[in-house]
Structures are given as structure tokens and as C-alpha cells.
Design a protein around this ligand. Sequence first.
Ligand SMILES: Cc1cc2nc3c(=O)[nH]c(=O)nc-3n(C[C@H](O)[C@H](O)[C@H](O)COP(=O)(O)OP(=O)(O)OC[C@H]3O[C@@H](n4cnc5c(N)ncnc54)[C@H](O)[C@@H]3O)c2cc1C
Length: 478
Amino acid sequence: MTITLHLFRNDLRLLDNPALTHAAQNGSHLIPLYVLDERVTGKTRFGFPKTGPHRQRFLRESLSQLDKSLQANGSGLLVATGRPHEIIASLCDAMDISLVTFQEEIAPEEKETERAIREVLSARGISLRTFRSFTLFHPDDLPMPVSGTPDVFTQFRKRVEKYSEIRPALPAPEFPPLPPLPESLEHAPGTIGTGKASLDHALPQTYTEPDPRAAIVFRGGEDQALARLDHYFWKTDELQKYKFKRNGLLGPDYSSKFSAWLANGCLSPRTIHDQVKLYESERKKNVSTYWLIFELIWRDYFHFIMEKYGARLFHRDGLSSEPGSWSTDPERFQKWRDGETGIPFIDANMRELAATGYMSNRGRQNVASYLSKYLGIDWRMGAEWFESMLIDYDVHSNWGNWAYVSGVGNDPRDRYFHILNQARKYDPKGDYVRHWLPELAGLPEEHIHEPWKTVHPPAAYPGQLIDFEQTVKRLSGP
Ligand SMILES: Cc1cc2nc3c(=O)[nH]c(=O)nc-3n(C[C@H](O)[C@H](O)[C@H](O)COP(=O)(O)OP(=O)(O)OC[C@H]3O[C@@H](n4cnc5c(N)ncnc54)[C@H](O)[C@@H]3O)c2cc1C
């Protein structure tokens, strides 16, 4: 009997999962393990729960679905809470495990987890195989070492588009069934067990159901991810319009909404890529089909930039060589967080985030610019609030984008967003604002983004936290 163990991390899927496939092919018995560690229970530096209610629900659904898929293949998910290396150590001491596999990740905390697992395994002479499967481009296929990733996105994109190939997605492992779980696993030391009751114990359902005003109800799990892809590509042909709708704010189909499934690995970017290619050959190839891949290259870019710079991306000055001056004013931060700044476009977006765990890309850029540039508040407070609230939180994309918009990341230009111009352009009639701020529903179109200009501003809505025009003057300089 050869027992192998696959540790699930942000790869909660069977399709295109090389680490799982390798473990399954090399053992007569397989332990698929998920460990809930501090990501779920801990607090961020500024004291927010690391995983807020929206992502908790999504994670729980993703794990339930993974467990079901594993069971359908003759296996099941072993669940534990604690530190992954400690759980793996006690499993290895209790059972004759010959090989451990997992998806390699690159952010500092994840690297630390890996280092501890390596130590545990090497002390016991147990083999480890890790695989890189989070990005579109495999790091070995980049035309430069990761440490040489250009600091300007366009340079990175042009080089990978010219010199690198995207590997095809792996099929789901050719079982069924998967190698069975070893007997007596229910009593495995340090673990809770398999099945729904174990998940209930590890992640009790304390969260609420999705808000009905949400653009889309994200449901965790690989099947849900593939159903979304089928909807967006094949059932509705929305993919053909992506480039022209992607800056939308309302409704399920202005953008792909793949982010949440990508973030926890229910869906792989290479599966999306394969499907785009198939769509292009069977239905239509246009600038929109290309643009979805373009955006996935952004995702890769922030991943490799984090690998290149590591913990620097979490520092106040980010990648900048000049020390910035930032405020941590708790009252102003609270107003931003609660959608009480008096700028409807900012407040609508912040209320959407709090209610649903999602915000459009356009919204994210604007609220980040408002916090860091207009209010001068430490951008990391905003990044941590997003970390807590986002259903699609991805450490690389979140911190990379926040640093970028705040002027301490990879943007060669130090820009700010003119929030009112953005609001007028992307929400010309104010429908989005009215959707999230019903107290402004009665305002006419010309005042919906500037309620302070009406003779009788709605009493239920706050006045401006800072004077908008004055701040724009300051930001645009002499
Ligand atoms: C301040 C800020 C914080 C962000 N935090 C996150 C985060 O934690 N997790 C996350 O997945 N995205 C983050 N983004 C990027 C982007 O806003 C979301 O990926 C996108 O809004 C998700 O919706 P979608 O899947 O419909 O995107 P689509 O427009 O359909 O894009 C398709 C995919 O491309 C990728 N993508 C698109 N834009 C970006 C981008 N700017 N950076 C990196 N990848 C991108 C995503 O994987 C996305 O799912 C952030 C952006 C900003 C400005």
C-alpha cells in the first residue's frame, strides 16, 4: 500500500490540477486534505477579520462541492483546522505516507507555510512534489526569470505574448474512481474527519445569504465556475462584447465575474484560455475574446510582481523609493468604509462591497484612488478592508492593484481618478448610484452625482467629507 497526500490550497478543483493528478497517479491510497488555517480565523494588521462573511460562505460552498466531487470519484475531503505543517506531521507519524503534493504559492505567508511543510517532510524522509498552476503562464515558460519581471506591465505583456506559450489545461484526472482514502482515516490525528459534518464543524454556517441587490450571486465550487463559463461564453455569447461592456457597474454580464472562482482555484486560467481558443475557432474571434486574455495577463503580472518583490508590497511605501506621508485618521477611514463620504459614486461602491463582497473594477479603482489620493489615508488600510470583504480576494491582485492605484506600485505615472468625471462617464444617468443609495432616488439626473448642488439635499445622506473641488485642485497641482 502506498499512501499519497494532496494538500488543497487555492486549487479547489479536479480539472487542470497537476498536483492532485500527480498524487492520484502515484499512490494506491490518496488523502485529499484541506486545512483551515489563520486565513479564516485571524485578523489583519488593522484588525479586520482576514476572511469576512462573504468569502467565508463562498469558501464553505467551494469545499462542500469539492468534497462531493471527490466522493463521486470514490474519495472524500479530509478536513482539519490548525497549521498545515503540524497536521501533515501528525498524519505522517500515524500513517505510512510516501509522497505529499501541493500547488506552490508565492506570497510571503504562503511561502512560510511551505517552508514549514518542507522541514516536516525532510525530517521524515518523505517526498514532496509541488506544482505551479495558479497562473496562465507557467513561470518556467516566461521569457525572463521571475526576478527580471519588467516593472511596467506593457513590457511584460508584449514579451510574454511574443515569446511564451500557454500550456493547455490538464483534463480532470482519468479516474474514476480516485485511489480510495486509507482505512481508519476518520481517527486521523489532528483532523476533524470527512464529509459534511466535518465541514460544519470547521466552518460553521454563521454567515447570511447573499444580498438580492447583488450584481450576481457567486456560489462557490468547480461546477458553479464551469456553469458560469458556459453561460458567459456559450449560452449568451457575452464574451464577444466583453471589451465594450467591461466597465459596467450593474448586472451579471458586464464582465465575466470569473474572479472569485479564479481566486480560490475552483477555475484555472488555462481552462478559460482553452475555452477562449475553442470559442474563437467555433464562434467568433474579435478584440473582446482577446481582451479577456489580456486581463488574465494582468492577473499573472501581479502574481509575478509579488514573487519578485515579496513582502515589500505590504510596506507603506510599497515599491516606491521615496517615503510617503499617510494619515490613519480612523473617523475618515470609517466613513469611507461605510459609504458615508458624501460622494455618491464612492458611497454606492463601498455599500455594494459591504453588502455583497463584490465591486466592479471601475469601482475599485475609484474608491482606492479616493482613499489614498483624496483622503491621503494609508492605502494598506483600504487593501486590508478589501482583503476582509472581497469574495474574490487574491493576495497578488489585491495588493498589486492597491499599490498601483495609490502611486506606490507599478504605475509609471502617478495618477489620480477624477471621481466626478468617472461617475458621469460610467454612470451617466445615475442608475448605479440609485441602486445602492435609495435615499438619493428622487434626485434629478443633473444632481445625482453632486447632491450638494441641489437646493434641498436629502437629509438622510451625509454632506461631503472633504471639499471635492478643492481637493482636485490640490491633486492636479499648479
Ligand atoms: C484596488 C483593487 C483591488 C483589486 N483586488 C482584486 C482581488 O483581490 N482579486 C481579484 O481577482 N481582482 C482584484 N482586482 C482586479 C479586478 O478589479 C477584478 O479582478 C475584477 O473586477 C473581477 O471581476 P471580473 O472577474 O468580472 O473581471 P473581468 O473584467 O471579467 O476580468 C477577467 C479576469 O481578469 C482578471 N483581471 C481583470 N482585471 C484585473 C486587474 N486589474 N488586476 C488583476 N487581474 C485582473 C481577473 O482574474 C478577472 O476575473 C482589484 C482591482 C483594484 C483596482
